[in-house]
Design a protein. Sequence first.
Length: 301
Amino acid sequence: MKIQFSDQKKIFNIHTEEIPYLSVDLLDRLGVPNLYSTRFISYDEKEGKGREGLRVVVMKDEDPREAGPVVFENRDRLARQLGSSIEMECVTDQMHTNHVYVVRPEDLGPILRQDKPERRRSVDGIITDIPDAVLTAFGGDCPPVYLADPVRKAIGLVHAGWRGTLGRIPAVAIGKMKEEFGSDPADMYAAIGPGICLDCYEMGEEVLDQFADQWGEDEAEKIFRRYPAFMEDGREIPGGKPHLDLMEANRMSLLMAGIPEDHIAVSNVCTKCNADIFYSFRAHRMENEQAAMIVNRWEVR
Ligand SMILES: [Zn+2]
C-alpha cells in the first residue's frame, strides 16, 4: 500500500496478505499482536489496488441488526489474523469521554452497543490482564493509544479524540493499570496509532481555550499552532485559526504518566492525508472507521 508517512521513521509495518492492516513496529518487537485496519477488504500489491468497503463498526444511521453480523464477521477475521477471535474481544464505546473500564471475563465476545450492560456504555478506554483478550477501539481521524505492560502482562487501548485527549485519557488508563494490575509506568510501552495530523486538524478558538484552561497556557502553546485561514468570501481571518497536534498532546500525557520517552511510538500516518486508504471523518464524514486491536499475548521473538 502506498501510504504517505510524515517522515522516514519506521513506526508501522504494513501487512496486505489477508485483510490489510498496519501494525506498530515497537509493539511487534515486544511480541504483542496489534493492528490498525484500513478501508480495504483486500489489497493487490501487484495491481496497486485495494477492494474498498471494509466495515468494522455499526454506524449511527445503520440498523444494528442488519449491520451487526457483517461487522462482527470482519472483526472476527481481523482478530483471527492476530491469532485470536471475536469471542475474546471487548470494544470501546466511542463516546469522547475519558472513562476507562476494566474488562471482565463476561464482557468478552461480540455484542451490539444497545445490548451492552450499563457499566460499559460510556467508556473510551479499556484495560485488561486477561490472557488472550482482544481490545478494540475505532477511529477515523481520532488516534488510538495502545498500552502494553510486559512485566504484569497487561494491556490497554484508548480512543483519543480531542475531548479524550483534553481529559488526558492515556494517563487515566495508565493510572488505572497501576491500581488494578500493579503496573509500573517505567516498564510500560505505548503507541499512538494513525490519526489526523497537525496540518489537517483545524479547530475552533473554543477548543484552544479549553486546553489553555485545563492544561495551562504554556502547555497549550506546545500543542497548538496558528495557520492562515480564510472566510467564505476569500478574506483572510485575522490571526488565522488554531490547529491541534493530537499526537504531541497524547505523547505529553504519556510522558506525564511516567512512560519513558524511548518506550513511546508516535504515528507518522495521517488518516486525512491518506484518505484513499483510510476512513477519515474530516475527509468524507462518516462512512465507517478503522479498527485498532491489541491482544494480551506475549509471543517470544
Ligand atoms: Zn494530514
